[in-house]
Design a protein around this ligand. Structure first.
Ligand code: GDP
Length: 216
C-alpha cells in the first residue's frame, strides 16, 4: 500500500464511450449530464470528450471516488472505422438507440457485437433514448430490449436526454458496476484519454477531415 496518509483519495478515472446511430441523442445525453438541454446541437465530428463525476451514492460505495472521461463519437456510417480508436480499452460503453426507431435498435446490436468481438472487457449499457416522445411513438417495446439485454448480459436503461429521465441513473448504474467489479480498465496516465480537459474536442475539424478522408 502507498503512503498517502491525510491526502484526499485520488479519483479513479474510467474511459466511457458513447456509440450509436447519428441522431439518437448521444450528444444530448452529454449535455444532460452537464445539466443542459439544447434542441439544436450541431452534429459531432469525429469525437468529443467530457469529464463527469457520477453520483454513485449507494450505501455500499458512499464516498467512493471515480470519474468518467466520456467520449461522444460521431454516429455516421463514414466514421465507423474510427470508432474502434475510441472504444478500445474503454471501461464502459453506452450504446444508445432511439426508442422511436427500431432501426436504431438494430444498429445498437451491431455495436454490441463489435464490442463483444473487439473489446470484450468493456462493460456495455444499452440506453433507449427519447422516452419523452411517449408510448404511441415507441417502436422498441421495453420487453424486447429487456430480453435482448438479459440474453447478452448487458446493463440496460431507458430515458430521455430532453426531460432528464434516467440519464444520471444510467451512468450511476455503470459506476456502481465498475466499483463492484473493480474494473482494471481505468484510464492510464499518458494514454489516449489521459490528456486534455473537460470539453476538450478531439482534433480540430480540419484535422478530422484529413483523418476521415484517409480512412474511408
Ligand atoms: P447524436 O447525433 O446521437 O449525438 O444526437 P443529438 O444529441 O445531436 O440529437 C439528435 C436530435 O434528437 C436533436 O434534434 C435532439 O434535440 C433530439 N433529441 C436528443 N435527445 C432527445 C430526447 O431525449 N427526446 C427528444 N424528444 N429529442 C431528443
Amino acid at each position: 500500500m502507498q503512503a498517502n496518509s491525510g491526502a484526499a483519495p485520488v479519483p479513479k478515472r474510467y474511459k466511457v464511450v458513447l456509440l450509436g446511430d447519428s441522431g439518437v441523442g448521444k450528444s444530448s445525453l452529454v449535455q444532460r449530464l452537464k445539466g443542459e438541454w439544447n434542441e439544436n446541437l450541431s452534429s459531432t465530428v469525429g469525437a468529443s470528450f467530457y469529464r463527469y463525476t457520477p453520483l454513485a451514492t449507494s450505501a455500499a460505495h458512499a464516498g467512493a471516488k471515480l470519474s468518467f472521461d466520456i467520449w461522444d463519437t460521431a454516429g455516421q456510417e463514414r466514421y465507423r472505422s474510427l470508432a474502434s480508436m475510441y472504444y478500445r480499452g474503454a471501461a464502459a460503453a453506452v450504446i444508445t438507440y432511439d426508442l422511436t426507431s427500431h432501426d436504431s435498435f438494430e444498429h445498437a446490436k451491431y455495436w454490441v457485437r463489435e464490442l463483444q468481438t473487439n473489446s470484450p472487457d468493456t462493460l456495455v449499457l444499452v440506453f433507449g433514448n427519447k422516452k419523452d416522445l411517449g408510448e404511441a411513438a415507441r417502436q422498441v417495446p421495453a420487453a424486447e430490449s429487456q430480453a435482448y439485454c438479459v440474453e447478452n448480459a448487458l446493463l440496460r436503461a431507458e430515458g430521455s436526454a430532453k426531460n432528464a429521465e434516467g440519464v444520471v441513473e444510467a451512468f450511476d448504474q455503470i459506476a456502481l458496476k465498475l466499483l463492484e467489479t473493480n474494473s482494471v480498465n481505468s484510464v492510464r496516465e499518458g494514454g489516449v484519454v489521459g490528456q486534455g480537459n473537460s470539453n476538450f474536442v478531439a482534433n480540430s475539424s480540419a484535422n478530422q477531415k484529413k483523418e476521415v478522408n484517409c480512412c474511408i
